[in-house]
Design a protein around this ligand. Structure first.
Ligand code: PAF
Length: 286
């Protein structure tokens, strides 16, 4: 397993693999890897001859008041995890390698980016679309692997790949959870012991929404209303959103009559956490 810092080194390595006729998977990350990332690496390793993991805290997707400076970083830990899971190359560029002086081209999207996290993080998805496009251009993978925990991001990336005729497969992988249900996230490290306990309210709300849908509830206001009540009962929680949206457009729906995404964003103390389920992943009760 190799760690490289420049675009040139990635290109040379991938070109060598391509000469040998090997397929390449890409797992884009911001580092501080956990079992959620490990599941993406495992999937890529199982489906491709070689796997590249990008490890880059992308400044462009953070707003001015967000946690860019404090975002956790630990390259040695990441390298050990990638090695154990069979990844072949870590691309760990400095910000200047990705954004040279005078950088002024962006990839942006309307509609899908304007709801959910896009409302409270206005510059976020422009930063994600731009860096992901750059990573696709640098690595030119056959497939790229994204977690369903960032469901809106996954939907946006799929849409971008389709809109812009990018030549790769996007694979969405299931949310990985702690034993007690909390979705794995690098930001969980910000939580105090008390907040960690309070954060369970997200997965409990998700379980409630999912069980309402399983038992046939179709009224979005009833589903999100009950989830909201549950979250509000937790004193350390402050709701950003609780929504049911069309799974393709990310626009709110009043009635669950098509594939949908049920998503929550909740501040636990100062830490903003997200969780969700796609209704296509809910197995109806018979
Ligand atoms: O999901 C993330 O960690 C980031 O948004 C991504 C896709 C690596 C782009 O910086």
């Amino acid at each position: 397993m190799k760690i490289v810092k420049t675009v040139k080194e990635v290109r040379e390595q991938v070109a060598e693999w391509r000469k040998q006729g090997l397929t390449v998977g890409l797992v884009p990350t911001m580092g501080y890897l956990h079992e959620g990332h490990a599941s993406l690496i495992d999937r890529s390793v199982s489906e491709n001859d070689r796997t590249v993991v990008s490890d880059f805290v992308n400044p462009m997707q953070f707003g001015p008041t967000e946690d860019l400076q404090t975002y956790p970083r630990d390259l040695a830990h990441d390298a050990a995890l990638v090695e154990v899971h069979g990844g072949d190359l870590i691309f760990h560029p400095e910000p200047e390698e990705m954004y040279h002086e005078g950088f002024s081209s962006f990839v942006d999207m309307s509609v899908l980016t304007e709801e959910l996290c896009g409302l409270s993080r206005p510059v976020h998805f422009r930063g994600v679309c731009t860096v992901v496009t750059k990573l696709f251009n640098i690595v030119q993978p056959d497939a790229a692997y994204f977690g369903k925990k960032d469901a809106q991001q996954l939907t946006i990336v799929r849409h971008m790949v389709d809109d812009l005729n990018m030549n790769l497969r996007i694979v969405g992988c299931p949310i990985v959870r702690e034993d007690d249900g909390l979705a794995k996230s690098s930001r969980n490290t910000y939580l105090s012991a008390e907040e960690r306990q309070a954060a369970l309210v997200l997965s409990k709300a998700i379980a409630l929404g999912s069980s309402l849908i399983k038992t046939g509830e179709v009224n979005a206001a009833v589903i999100t209303g009950q989830m909201t009540e549950l979250i509000k009962a937790e004193p350390l929680a402050k709701i950003d959103y609780v929504k049911l949206v069309d799974a393709a457009t990310m626009q709110p729906i009043a009635v669950f009559d098509r594939p949908a995404l049920c998503a929550v964003a909740v501040y636990i103390g100062k830490t903003r956490l997200i969780d969700n389920f796609f209704t296509e992943d809910v197995v109806p009760e018979v």
